[in-house]
Design a protein around this ligand. Structure first.
Ligand code: FAD
Length: 326
């Protein structure tokens, strides 16, 4: 699914037959990412239910057409040359709260906004996902990346994820099968053929005043520390025992800009699109920040954001900063 294989002309006809006028061709992806950067997908299909997502994925596997599922595009950087093959834009948003003998749970389709699901829990006085009210993106993206903030993360709250893979029935995976790690899961590491259709999270009966107060406190904290503007959140993972933002700031890089992208002067791990940025601009800024941090502190910063599409080989070859210590 993740390989960027060029679609052959005969496949275009096959795709048109399979998806009719729902199929969009040569679609600029910047509009579907939070940083508003990125070239076109060869093809794009919007899905509005879990069943629709499953049917589309199965059809594409059958046709051997490579595809990627895109949620809110808040953790990806799309190359200027775009994405070869199909992008499925996931807008499957059904949400259901369930009371069981064990307590409360919420199940949501993978295209549901994770923060909207968490807010609904808060409004029902159900605790456990208050931290998630501050995170952009969909439930599917959160499961793949083990999203987290303020001491909470998907790994702690997830009960089950509905996972689709080629040639087998849809399965319910308990959290341990996803092998979560810091901002990562088996699905992210494998870069393989798996689609998240939905996910179920554990909640606890609390009280509306309490859950609301916690949510509001976290939202306030976020407003004070994180910049507005088009970004993809943290560009780099925090290295063990430190913060990427602190390292970039201490290398003197706050406010540095290349082309249309600027390192935020409020939070140095946020790179802001000032309006006309390209993926090439942000790549140059990433490389500059990595190199300067490596020179300044000896730390190699790893990307948190995921590169999507066909990146110049020179970009990928430059993944390792020069002359830095392990
Ligand atoms: C301002 C800002 C603040 C942020 N703060 C945080 C934070 O505090 N903590 C945090 O963890 N993250 C944060 N992020 C990053 C981002 O919000 C999360 O990583 C989020 O969970 C990504 O969800 P998404 O739907 O946007 O995923 P996308 O960016 O659309 O996709 C991410 C990856 O998941 C895959 N994917 C998405 N949906 C599916 C699916 N249904 N099945 C299979 N694969 C799928 C995609 O193919 C891609 O590989 C922030 C981002 C921004 C812009």
């Amino acid at each position: 699914m993740r390989a960027g294989i060029q679609i052959q002309p005969q496949q275009v006809e096959v795709l048109k037959q399979a998806f009719a006028d729902r199929l969009e061709v040569n679609v600029p992806l910047g509009q579907y990412t939070s940083i508003r950067i990125g070239g076109p997908a060869d093809f794009l299909l919007k899905v509005h239910s879990g069943a629709d997502l499953e049917a589309a994925a199965r059809k594409l596997w059958e046709l051997e057409v490579p595809f990627r599922v895109l949620g809110a595009g808040s953790n990806v950087l799309v190359a200027d040359s775009g994405v070869r093959g199909m992008v499925i834009l996931n807008r499957a948003r059904r949400v259901q709260f369930i009371e069981t003998t064990e307590g409360w749970e919420v199940w949501a389709e993978s295209g549901a906004s994770f923060s909207a699901v968490a807010r609904q829990a808060v409004e029902r006085g159900l605790a456990g996902l208050e931290w998630a009210t501050t995170i952009p993106g969909t439930v599917g993206g959160a499961v793949v990346g083990n999203a987290g903030a303020y001491g909470g993360e998907v790994a702690q709250s997830l009960l089950m994820a509905d996972i689709l893979q080629p040639k087998i029935e849809r399965e319910s995976w308990p959290a341990h099968r996803l092998q979560f790690a810091y901002r990562s899961s088996r699905l992210k590491r494998d870069s393989g053929d798996a689609v998240v259709i939905g996910a179920r999270f554990r909640l606890e009966k609390s009280g509306k005043a309490k859950t609301r107060a916690k949510m509001e406190d976290l939202i306030d904290q976020r407003k004070q520390t994180q910049p507005a503007g088009a970004s993809c959140g943290s560009i780099f993972k925090n290295p063990p025992g430190d913060y990427a933002g602190r390292l970039i700031e201490s290398a003197g890089l706050k406010g540095l800009h290349i082309g249309g992208v600027e390192i935020s002067s409020q939070h140095a791990n946020f790179f802001i699109n000032r309006g006309d940025a390209t993926a090439a601009d942000i790549w140059k800024l990433i490389q500059t920040a990595r190199q300067r941090v490596a020179d300044d502190s000896g730390v190699k910063l790893e990307l948190e954001v995921e590169l999507l599409g066909t990146w110049d080989e020179a970009c990928l070859a430059a993944e390792e900063p020069r002359g830095s210590e392990e």
